[in-house]
Design a protein around this ligand. Structure first.
Ligand SMILES: NC(=O)c1ccc[n+]([C@@H]2O[C@H](COP(=O)([O-])OP(=O)(O)OC[C@H]3O[C@@H](n4cnc5c(N)ncnc54)[C@H](O)[C@@H]3O)[C@@H](O)[C@H]2O)c1
Length: 252
């Protein structure tokens, strides 16, 4: 028996990294998974690998019409949504900067995907959950940069993630009466496309490893356990919390 047997889930940013790892795991545990990403080619490859349990939905999370169409497709096929996991985000490494040097376009592009995208995804995901009347679990992806000095130098990214974490908590309060739980996952540095420019630079990589008391950076597989816990009924008393799976990064 799978831990997510019979559940209908949607994951954004499902074509890469943490979202892709979760998509594989959710399907393995019995869920049907709507995969949202704007990268059509990578999305098709991920869906092809997962097989029948995957529903690829090429979507730009910054575009409300695109997001609404994706959830309409889930509504049409399944009539409900049990789990929503938002992973789509960008980090404009090399362009993000402290505010006095930060280009407004970099701020806007970062906040468009990371905060507006989570808002729009939650807006249409919550509607579908409310329609079924059976509640659900929403998982948003925060970051230590939204809370600690690990975001130093990245003022657009850090503030976008702090916004997501605030939205997560207030949504938890307002949707609890509908049986909709809303929690956040806070990953440490995870080796993905997002962090490749940092990890590929030996000096930066050494600093990143040293910043994690556990002595290494993480992998998308390291983030699977917490996502399965929050997606499943095992976490039925958890809402409004942030779950740090960060190799101890936030302890510093
Ligand atoms: N990797 C880390 O170290 C780390 C640390 C803390 C938090 N996070 C967060 O974890 C989440 C996943 O990050 P990752 O490292 O797996 O990143 P990733 O770059 O590997 O994957 C992100 C995916 O989001 C998609 N995406 C980007 N913009 C989109 C848009 N407008 N519409 C639809 N899809 C879009 C990309 O195509 C990509 O497939 C993000 O929210 C990120 O901020 C990552």
């Amino acid at each position: 028996m799978g831990r997510l047997d019979g559940k209908i889930a949607v994951i954004t940013g499902a074509a890469s990294g943490i979202g892709q790892g979760a998509a594989r795991a959710f399907a393995r545990e019995g869920a049907t998974v709507g995969l949202i990403d704007r990268n059509a080619e990578a999305l098709a490859a991920t869906a092809g690998e997962i097989g029948d349990a995957a529903l690829p939905l090429v979507t730009d999370v910054t575009d409300e019409a695109s997001i609404a169409a994706a959830f309409d497709e889930v509504r049409r096929r399944h009539g409900r949504l049990d789990v929503l996991y938002t992973c789509a985000a960008v980090q404009l490494i090399g362009e993000d900067a402290p505010v006095h040097e930060l280009d407004i376009d970099v701020w806007q592009r970062t906040h468009d995907v990371n905060l507006r995208g989570v808002f729009l995804t939650c807006k249409h995901g919550v509607r579908l959950m409310m329609e079924s009347g059976e509640g659900g679990s929403i998982i948003n992806t925060g970051s230590p940069t939204g809370l600690t000095m690990s975001g130093a130098g990245w003022h657009a990214y850090s503030s976008s993630k702090a916004g997501v974490m605030a939205l997560t908590r207030i949504m938890a309060a307002d949707y609890a009466p509908y049986g909709i739980r809303v929690n956040g996952i806070v990953p440490g540095t995870i080796a993905t496309t997002l962090t490749k420019p940092l990890i590929d630079d030996p000096e930066t990589y050494a600093k990143l490893v040293a910043g994690h008391p556990i002595g290494r950076v993480g992998t998308p597989e390291d983030m699977v356990g917490i996502a399965l816990f929050l997606a499943s009924d095992e976490s039925k008393f958890a809402t409004g919390s942030h779950f740090f799976v960060d190799g101890g990064l936030s302890v510093r």
